[in-house]
Design a protein around this ligand. Structure first.
Ligand SMILES: [Zn+2]
Ligand SMILES: [Zn+2]
Length: 137
């Protein structure tokens, strides 16, 4: 019985830990890294924006490289975060109907690049005040 309880506890802690990483920490990291890329005028991120405008979006390579490095050094929560970002961002561009509200949120970022920095969630833009709200002028 004791070992069953212990393994159940371990299981629950693991679920809570990864849930916290994936649903709380990762979207905040996504927002922070993305706004940072715009602040430093990052070349490869600008290329993604430019390609989107020319209608030739290709899947990003850099999150895959970080994913592989993180797996190699056993930083599984970091690898999980980057692969989650990569999957959602790629799906939003190639299968836009899958997550309609996230797609709208991200496509708005491609039009108005000072807004909507989070990709796999919308709430970080709401709490950090970067959500795009349509203002007719
Ligand atoms: Zn994009
Ligand atoms: Zn951007």
């Amino acid at each position: 019985m004791l070992s069953l309880d212990t393994s159940l506890d371990t299981f629950l802690y693991t679920i809570l830990f990864y849930g916290f990483i994936i649903f709380i920490i990762e979207p905040i990291a996504e927002w922070s890294i993305h706004i940072f890329l715009h602040i430093i005028d990052n070349y490869s991120h600008n290329t993604h924006h430019k390609h989107y405008n020319e209608n030739i979006v290709t899947p990003e390579l850099w999150p895959i490289i970080i994913y592989i490095i993180a797996v190699y050094y056993n930083y599984y929560y970091i690898s999980l975060g980057f692969i989650k970002y990569w999957c959602i961002h790629t799906l939003l561009h190639f299968y836009p109907k899958l997550f309609p509200s996230l797609t709208r949120h991200h496509i708005t970022h491609h039009k108005y690049k000072n807004y909507n920095f989070a990709v796999s969630a919308i709430w970080p833009d709401i709490i950090f005040g970067t959500i795009y709200t349509y203002k007719p002028d």
